[in-house]
Design a protein around this ligand. Structure first.
Ligand SMILES: Cc1cc2nc3c(=O)[nH]c(=O)nc-3n(C[C@H](O)[C@H](O)[C@H](O)COP(=O)(O)OP(=O)(O)OC[C@H]3O[C@@H](n4cnc5c(N)ncnc54)[C@H](O)[C@@H]3O)c2cc1C
Ligand SMILES: *[C@@H]1O[C@H](CO)[C@@H](O)[C@H](O)[C@H]1NC(C)=O
Ligand SMILES: *[C@@H]1O[C@H](CO)[C@@H](O)[C@H](O)[C@H]1NC(C)=O
Ligand SMILES: *[C@@H]1O[C@H](CO)[C@@H](O)[C@H](O)[C@H]1NC(C)=O
Ligand SMILES: *[C@@H]1O[C@H](CO)[C@@H](O)[C@H](O)[C@H]1NC(C)=O
Ligand SMILES: *[C@@H]1O[C@H](CO)[C@@H](O)[C@H](O)[C@H]1NC(C)=O
Ligand SMILES: *[C@@H]1O[C@H](CO)[C@@H](O)[C@H](O)[C@H]1NC(C)=O
Ligand SMILES: *[C@@H]1O[C@H](CO)[C@@H](O)[C@H](O)[C@H]1NC(C)=O
Ligand SMILES: *[C@@H]1O[C@H](CO)[C@@H](O)[C@H](O)[C@H]1NC(C)=O
Length: 587
């Protein structure tokens, strides 16, 4: 879960030698074309593509254009300003295909908050999107992009942290409307026998969960209802409130349906001739190897499930020191609960720890309260603490369906998220919280106090030690450091849409230079979750892939030899650089 994110940097070269984006002074024939270039397809050529895809080619008009000359409209702009961010961009049913969420990559080029007398500039927006409805549409887009030397992106929900689902001058394959869903009551294969769910690439996590629940099942989806299950979530690994018992998203895939760069329509399973593609798509990163059309995943019987929420803060702990001592106690007592398959998501700031969801599959309200007794008594019984369960607003909710529980508790909280231009991520390895808890908490306290305490961590516990967790369907490319982490942290500053854009680059720099080194120092070599970190992550090949990179690069070479699929931090992305005008060029 994320409440503020999206980082990058203007001064990237100075900050990170491994930064994947460098600037070239001029374009060349080695560059993809952008509008205005000689090689850019003319209107008639785009019209032909439009015919090929039955009129579903959409030229980009950013939502924010109503806030810019000459289309400025006070009333429409005011409405957009009030809704801008997570809610407006993903809950509006008709949001346009090219919109994406990363504030940093939006780059103020056509947001509702820039200079209204300045024109709306497409900036990092794609130029055209194909509203994909079939394999043929994907093939047409791939063929067009390659034959015309146009940059290609695969776009689903647009949640990506690194702008991977957008790109200047690109043609986008917008797969959002591939929304088929089917229950397979008895999937049978050498690697799995049992119920399964088949979903199209554009099915959102919340939609998949609802569908499964209506049939009496659960599936592993993210804690954000609008993240697409078969998109970047499962392709990047995918942590879920249910991962404590069923493993990560990638662990549950039975087969992928995809189209390769050359337009070949394939099915990849753990045992067929595309087993290497199965392996890579299951955790090796979104938008890298092929265009996913659908996936089939394991389904599990629904049943009792409970969620606890509570808050520890300076006020209920009594003092700043007591608060941090309580945070440390909380983390010590959380470990055995995580070992039982619970997943907790919480936010830590300089003065509060808000646990908005600890999910306990198989539990009722009473049994979850019993399971939490050691944690609650450790927090409430010590010294001068004024902590009580009432003061902490402990609230336990029970349902007999995961999706019902989620809809009653976490889902409503997701709509109010906002997005900072600066975001980074880090794993907290199990070994560090076990043997160096004091050092860790000192670092966390320090990191959240930097720069007037504006940085905070959104934490998701992972499940390194859980013996009750289902084994993966088959070996996959899930980053191995996911499996040894106690939690994954997203670190970002408080940010408001009203904050001046001129602050953005400074925040990114501060996060990279001042905040992250504090946490990295106590978690050497820990790495970060490839979907929830910084686009300028140092040594991303190791931090995000942890030993799987070379094999993934070989598989990419087989399925995408020319590097049609590109995104910052993806496997093979070193091959490309951005020139001074934003063209993608061969490095
Ligand atoms: C509010 C919020 C909450 C989140 N919560 C969680 C969480 O609980 N657990 C978790 O693990 N992650 C979480 N994430 C991270 C999320 O999993 C990633 O951002 C993910 O990449 C989003 O995938 P998408 O397909 O929905 O988005 P997009 O931005 O559209 O795509 C992301 C990447 O996947 C590629 N891609 C998408 N669809 C396809 C396809 N069909 N074929 C090939 N490539 C494709 C794109 O090219 C891009 O590279 C969260 C993110 C946000 C913003
Ligand atoms: C390179 O860029 C210039 C303008 O910056 C443009 O006129 C020219 O057409 C571009 N070259 C190619 C091959 O697209
Ligand atoms: C594609 O064709 C449809 C139907 O004729 C039209 O509505 C749409 O505007 C066209 N798209 C572009 C980019 O011209
Ligand atoms: C943002 O825009 C500025 C000015 O046009 C440009 O120099 C910079 O590279 C852009 N940043 C990103 C992340 O696209
Ligand atoms: C299930 O698949 C296995 C091998 O993949 C096969 O031996 C078995 O007969 C199948 N069972 C059914 C019920 O189809
Ligand atoms: C509370 O007590 C436990 C067990 O006695 C101890 O390990 C822990 O450090 C204490 N926590 C606080 C906040 O004092
Ligand atoms: C407890 O949580 C439920 C579900 O989120 C909510 O409806 C209820 O109001 C909460 N109770 C209290 C006392 O906050
Ligand atoms: C704990 O900290 C010590 C001293 O900083 C360090 O040597 C050791 O490697 C750390 N252990 C872990 C598991 O990080
Ligand atoms: C925490 O930080 C906020 C500003 O981000 C500040 O207002 C508040 O006083 C701080 N709390 C403590 C206990 O320092």
């Amino acid at each position: 879960m994320v409440s503020s994110f999206f980082a990058a940097i203007a001064l990237h070269a100075a900050l990170s030698t491994a930064a994947p984006l460098v600037t070239r002074q001029s374009n060349s024939t080695n560059c993809k074309v952008v509008p205005g270039d000689e090689g850019w397809p003319d209107t008639q050529t785009w019209a032909q593509l439009n015919q090929t895809v039955d009129g579903r080619l959409i030229a980009t008009v950013p939502l924010g254009h109503v806030c810019h000359a000459p289309a400025f409209n006070q009333a429409q702009c005011g409405k957009l300003q009030s809704e801008w961010g997570f809610a407006s961009l993903v809950w509006v049913p008709a949001w346009p295909p090219a919109e994406f969420m990363s504030t940093w990559f939006q780059n103020n080029s056509c947001t509702p908050f820039g200079d209204s007398s300045a024109p709306c500039d497409l900036g990092n927006y794609v130029s055209y999107s194909i509203d994909v409805r079939s394999v043929q549409d994907v093939q047409a887009g791939l063929e067009f992009a390659q034959s015309r030397n146009v940059r290609l992106v695969v776009k689903n929900s647009g949640h990506d942290f690194y702008g991977k689902s957008t790109g200047k001058g690109a043609l986008s394959l917008w797969v959002h409307n591939l929304n088929s869903k089917a229950l397979i009551p008895a999937y049978n294969s050498s690697y799995y026998t049992g119920p399964a769910v088949h979903i199209g690439a554009g099915v959102a996590g919340g939609e998949a969960a609802t569908f499964a629940s209506n049939h009496g099942y659960r599936v592993v989806v993210g804690s954000c209802p609008t993240v697409k299950a078969a998109g970047g979530f499962t392709q990047g690994g995918g942590h879920s409130f249910l991962s404590g018992i069923y493993g990560f998203g990638a662990d549950n895939v039975l087969e992928w349906e995809a189209v390769t760069a050359a337009g070949q329509h394939v099915f990849a399973t753990p045992t067929n001739e595309h087993a290497d593609l199965y392996w890579a798509l299951s955790g090796g990163g979104g938008g890298t190897y092929a265009v996913v059309i659908s996936m089939t995943v394991r389904a599990f019987p629904d049943g009792d499930i409970a969620l606890a929420s509570m808050s520890i803060n300076v006020a209920n702990a009594g003092s700043v020191d007591a608060y941090w001592e309580a945070v440390s106690t909380y983390h010590a007592e959380l470990q055995p609960l995580v070992d039982q398959g619970f997943v907790a998501e919480y936010m830590v700031t300089n003065d509060s720890l808000s646990l908005f969801g600890m999910i306990a599959p198989g539990h009722t309200a009473d049994s979850l309260r019993s399971a939490m007794m050691p944690l609650l008594s450790a927090l409430t019984s010590n010294g001068s603490s004024t902590l009580t369960t009432a003061a902490m607003s402990l609230n336990i909710t029970h349902r007999i369906s995961y999706h019902d529980l989620y809809a009653a508790t976490v889902e409503p909280l997701m709509a109010s998220n906002s997005f900072a231009p600066a975001v980074a991520g880090r794993f907290l390895p199990r070994a560090v919280i076990e043997s160096n808890s004091t050092t860790w908490h000192t670092a966390l306290r320090h990191a959240t106090s930097i720069s007037n305490s504006r940085y905070f961590a959104s934490v998701t516990t992972l499940n390194a030690r859980n013996r009750h967790r289902r084994a993966a369907v088959a070996p996959n490319a899930l980053q191995p450091n996911f499996n040894t982490a106690f939690s994954s942290l997203i670190i970002s500053p408080r940010w408001s849409n009203a904050s001046p854009w001129s602050d953005a680059a400074g925040l990114v720099q501060e996060l990279e230079n001042d905040v992250m080194p504090v946490l990295e120092g106590v978690t050497p070599g820990a790495g970060a979750y490839k979907n929830e970190a910084s686009w300028m992550q140092k040594d991303f090949q190791e931090a995000f892939y942890a030993g799987t990179y070379l094999r993934l690069r070989e598989i990419k070479a087989r399925y995408d030899p020319d590097g049609v699929f590109y995104g910052l931090t993806t496997v093979g992305s070193e091959r490309w650089v951005s020139d001074s005008e934003g063209r993608l060029c061969v490095a």
